[in-house]
Unconditional design. Structure first.
Length: 50
């Protein structure tokens, strides 16, 4: 994932573990990668597949 976003694995790890927050531009890139909106990335409501 870090490579796809053009950042280091260490930096991405900080985002995963809540030690840092990604800048908005990175959120936009992440949303494009996953094919979802930025609001979906930031939502705490996760839909479960049954």
């Amino acid at each position: 994932m870090a490579k796809a976003l053009g950042i280091t694995r260490a930096r991405y790890s900080k985002y995963e573990y809540g030690q840092a927050e990604p800048p908005f531009e990175l959120l936009v890139n992440m949303s494009a990668y996953f094919g979802v909106g930025v609001d979906d990335l930031l939502s705490s409501d996760v839909a479960k597949n049954s």
